[in-house]
Design a protein around this ligand. Sequence first.
Ligand code: ATP
Length: 253
Amino acid sequence: MHDTGMPPRILSVAPPPSPFLPMRARGLALAPRGQRLLGPIDLTLRAGAITVIMGHNGAGKSLLLQALHGLLRPDAGEIRWGDLPPAEARRGQAMVFQSPILLRRTVAANIDFALRAVGRRDVKARRAALLAQAGLTARATQAARRLSGGEQQRLALVRALATDPRVLFLDEPTASLDPAATAAIEALVRTAHDSGIKIIFVTHDIGQARRLADEVVFLQEGQITEHTGVDEFFQSPKSDAARAYLHGRLPGS
Ligand SMILES: Nc1ncnc2c1ncn2[C@@H]1O[C@H](COP(=O)(O)OP(=O)(O)OP(=O)(O)O)[C@@H](O)[C@H]1O
């Protein structure tokens, strides 16, 4: 475990205060049936920085993301989002997965469902804004599952934003998308960040990490081996595992 309290790369604009941040995980561990998969992890994430979690296949990135989001209950340790009670913190978070999970309904209905879930009254106006943001206005009445992969992911992302999250998790959101579709997702993520949403994402796309992230959390065998600014990570990775990862080698090789 390393460097739990580091500041993010110097940002040109001070981040707005958020009741959700900093996020502090202490002694976090996942060990189903006694098999240690993650941790112990100490990690502090602050407002303002876009955080990318990287590491070899099987390093524990998805597990960490799901634990931070509250989808997996830790076997040890605790996670605190600011000073918020866990249930309140959870309500302010949303997650987008590699394979979009969409309702068997129209594009518009998928967004409406999320808006109603958080009690929005201005459903029509907000839906129109989100569809426009995703470039899906002309597809509003189509079946969501008939959209292309890139369109589905844009829909999944704006549907997550429909819940007005303060923290947005993304697990390899562009893993199966072409460069143009990837750029569209990255633009949406950047806009979300600029509106004050904390972004925490997992990717194997090194270019994407460089384009989007301010800081890198690098995992190896369920442990954080580096937590550092993105430039520092890519220019001079400290751990053997990170060097191997960046050179396309398996850990330990
Ligand atoms: N419920 C589970 N029970 C047992 N092992 C699990 C469980 N979930 C995940 N694992 C194991 O934990 C390890 C970490 O899984 P995780 O999905 O977090 O990896 P990852 O870093 O996201 O990998 P990838 O880059 O391949 O997506 C893997 O070895 C995986 O097989």
